[in-house]
Write a protein that binds this ligand. Structure first.
Ligand code: PLP
Ligand code: COI
Length: 336
């Protein structure tokens, strides 16, 4: 592996974890199997009715060379929320974490050394069995594959350019707050439009008023206002990011900066923000260089990474890599 050339794409590894339910929807013991395609029924609920969703996590090599995960139980719990919303049988939290550790252990040769990258972990829960009338699938699969990754955005840590389009990502009481695969299917066209026009990502506004910032296509949103106050959209139809939650706690507890979790109008961001950034497992903490809204481009912090943004990024990455103390015990070691 050339660790210096890692991007964010699928790299085949050695094994993947697979567990299935029987037709009474009881989970059967899973195991690691050789990496590769899995057979699926043509009438599967996942393919026909989009009854599927996923998680995103990373395993890192910390500065003491130990391999660690970040808040894995929270990913397991969020997948249970997905299961609930999509009428799927929940995968037990402890089994989820054990399975993640097993795949990481089996594929340890694919974990990039030190700060070269990380092993991206993708747990999937899906309706696998056949169903014809609209309804839940007759049996389910839970699987996990991994892929060594570098930065999510091409060019490493650099400010990204966002476009507000006419499309919405999630409606009130819809599925925006869970990681359903269909949310991402619906985001592909606006993402393609943004990329074709030279932007990195889409910034979504709320579906009811088309006024309040929700999130970036695959990451949450924060703005540091000129007053020094940091704002982030409240929960509802956004994905409750684990990085978002961690960053919110660091802002309040470590930095003692004022944080407001509330409705955030796009006009407030455009007129009052000194810096903006996005957070996510894949995105980590990514500075936002510009936001283009209704044809006009607003440059943030002169297109450079903001000072507070980079301080937050440094603190988060430092905790994840065990460079800084971890008072919340977010970092969990994988026994190898
Ligand atoms: N929002 C969306 C739509 C996402 O896909 C992600 C990535 O998982 C996030 C936010 C950030 O969530 P997390 O920090 O848990 O990775
Ligand atoms: C993540 O940050 O893990 C995500 O799931 C984002 C994206 C790759 C879908």
């Amino acid at each position: 592996m050339d660790w210096d050339k890692l991007g964010f794409k699928v790299v085949p590894t050695k094994t993947m974890y697979v567990a299935r339910t029987d037709e009474s929807l009881a989970w059967q013991p899973g195991s690691c199997v050789p990496y590769g395609p899995i057979e699926i029924h043509p009438a599967s609920g996942a393919i026909n009715y989009g009854q599927s969703g996923f998680e995103g996590m990373k395993a890192f090599e910390a500065i003491d060379r130990k391999v660690v995960l970040f808040r894995p139980q929270d990913n397991a719990r969020r997948m249970q929320q997905l299961a609930d919303r999509f009428a799927m049988p929940p995968y037990p939290v402890e089994d989820f974490v054990t399975a993640v550790m097993e795949v990481v252990r089996e594929n340890r040769e694919f974990i990039p050394p030190g700060e070269k990258g990380s092993l991206y972990i993708r747990p999937v829960l899906a309706g696998w069995g056949p169903v014809l009338g609209v309804g839940p699938a007759s049996y389910y699969i839970f699987y996990i594959f991994v892929s060594p990754v570098g930065p999510y955005f091409k060019g490493g840590v650099r400010p990204i350019d966002l476009l507000v389009t006419d499309y919405h990502r999630a409606a009130p009481h819809g599925t925006g707050s869970v990681k359903g695969a269909g949310n991402y299917a619906a985001s592909l066209k606006p993402l393609q439009m943004a990329k074709n026009a030279g932007y990195d990502e889409v910034l979504y506004l709320d579906a009811r008023e088309d006024t309040f910032v929700e999130e970036v296509g695959a990451a949450n949103f924060f703005a540091v206002l000129k007053s020094g106050v940091i704002v982030t959209p409240r929960q509802g139809s956004i994905l409750p990011g684990i990085t978002r939650d961690s960053v919110m706690r660091l802002i309040g507890e470590h930095f003692s900066w004022e944080l407001q979790e509330r409705d955030v109008e796009i006009h407030e961001v455009l007129s009052q923000a000194a810096e903006c950034f996005s957070t996510g497992t894949a995105a980590v903490v990514t500075p936002i260089g510009s936001i283009t809204y209704r044809g006009s481009r607003h440059v943030l912090s002169e297109g450079k990474p903001g000072e507070k943004t980079m301080a937050i990024r440094d603190r988060l990455v430092g905790i994840q890599r065990k460079k800084y103390p971890d008072p919340h015990e977010w970092v969990v070691e994988v026994p190898l």
